[in-house]
Design a protein. Structure first.
Length: 380
């Protein structure tokens, strides 16, 4: 393959909308309102419209969004928050930073989502929140999670950093966008996300007006009115220049999701049935927007497969190599190897293949050829 294969081709994506992006940035610079400029307000409205949600609050990044959500919900130190053991560290990091206690739960081996069948057994009198992570672009089973949470008076914080634009489908057929189904949703606009800016950015989504007002205040130093601080807050703002970029890119979000789904479909058709590799499982209660196309590689061959692809110019990534409960920083909570066997096994098996909005069919065909070469020669 002559051209360099990218996990995510942000440059080509930019070039395809270059004029719009450049004009938006130039307008923001000429406006010189670099903090909370009009582009931020416009993007907030676009975000609400896209997600069909009453309130959106922007902030500095997805990690801040999680922290601000928990602060807005009034979680007190020592309280427990249920969180998957198989997730990115930020989901757990904010729990620890706020003096809360992460109560880990295992995930389902096929869909990587929080194992809702174990959920009730994890709830104690100290539980105040549940954080379902919509990992890799597909929603968790929110109907079951919300029902359990409502029965116990527990808040549900959706981590939607990888699933912006995915739709949750209830048993009655109603559809809601990821991040709008629980008490509050959080998301990230990190460049490689489905809706990504050119730096850091984040947001919170909710239909609860009082909660929206609290998180908006917390994100702005705990003030509604300048120099009048009603609560302890943080300084977390979406940069005006990033908002200008997002105002352009949100118009293409459905198109981007469709492009990723087409790439995923081609992988599915080509890789299904190959012994030794398991393609991503789709659930009936969510669409999948494929922030990642994550397979499972059996028989302890994941690392050899990854090296094989790398030698042939095909990048891949392991999300994630170590379950959170086994990370050194979180050993203080008393968990040990073997406590979450599914998460621990996934860390040895998962591998994400290149997927992005600009992927050419011939590039993907080459990737598929290399994958088949590995497994058809008995390596799998």
């Amino acid at each position: 393959m002559n051209e360099k294969i990218q996990m995510v081709d942000l440059k080509t994506q930019y070039l395809n909308i270059k004029e719009e992006i450049d004009n938006a940035l130039l307008a923001a610079v000429e406006e010189t309102a670099y903090i909370n400029g009009p582009q931020v307000k416009t993007f907030v409205e676009s975000l609400k419209t896209f997600n069909q949600v009453k309130h959106a609050v922007t902030c500095g990044n997805g990690t801040d969004a999680l922290q601000i959500a928990m602060m807005g919900l009034g979680f007190k130190p020592g309280s427990e928050v249920i969180v998957p053991a198989f997730t990115y560290i930020a989901t757990v990091e904010v729990i620890a930073l706020l003096g809360l206690v992460p109560k880990f739960i295992d995930v389902r081996p096929d869909t990587f989502e929080l194992d809702f069948e174990q959920l009730e057994s994890k709830i104690t009198e100290k539980t105040v929140g549940i954080v379902p992570v919509h990992l890799f672009g597909q929603c968790s089973n929110m109907e079951i999670i919300n029902a359990i949470a409502a029965k116990r008076g527990i808040a549900v914080i959706e981590d939607t950093a990888q699933a912006m634009g995915a739709e949750y489908i209830s048993s009655e057929g109603t559809r809601q966008f990821a991040g709008t189904v629980g008490t509050i949703g959080t998301t990230s606009f990190f460049p490689s996300k489905n809706l990504g800016c050119f730096g850091d950015g984040g947001a919170l989504l909710t239909n609860d007006e009082a909660l929206a007002q609290r998180v908006h205040m917390i994100a702005n130093h705990g003030q509604r009115q300048k120099y009048h601080h009603e609560s302890i807050g943080v300084n977390s703002r979406l940069d005006t220049l990033q908002a200008a970029i997002l105002n352009v890119k949100i118009k293409y979000l459905h198109e981007y999701a469709n492009a990723r789904q087409r790439v995923a479909q081609r992988y599915d058709e080509s890789l299904a049935g190959i012994e030794g590799i398991s393609i991503p499982v789709r659930v009936p209660y969510s669409t999948h927007v494929f922030n990642q196309y994550t397979c499972k590689i059996a028989n302890g061959k994941r690392d050899a497969f990854k090296a094989f692809l790398q030698e042939r110019g095909v990048p891949s990534m392991v999300y994630y190599p170590i379950s959170v409960h086994l990370q050194r920083a979180y050993r203080q909570y008393g968990y040990n190897e073997g406590d979450f066997p599914v998460s621990e096994q996934l860390c040895k098996e998962v591998l994400s293949l290149p997927i992005h909005t600009e992927m050419k069919e011939n590039t993907q065909s080459y990737i598929i050829e290399q994958i088949k070469a590995f497994f058809e020669h008995g390596n799998g």
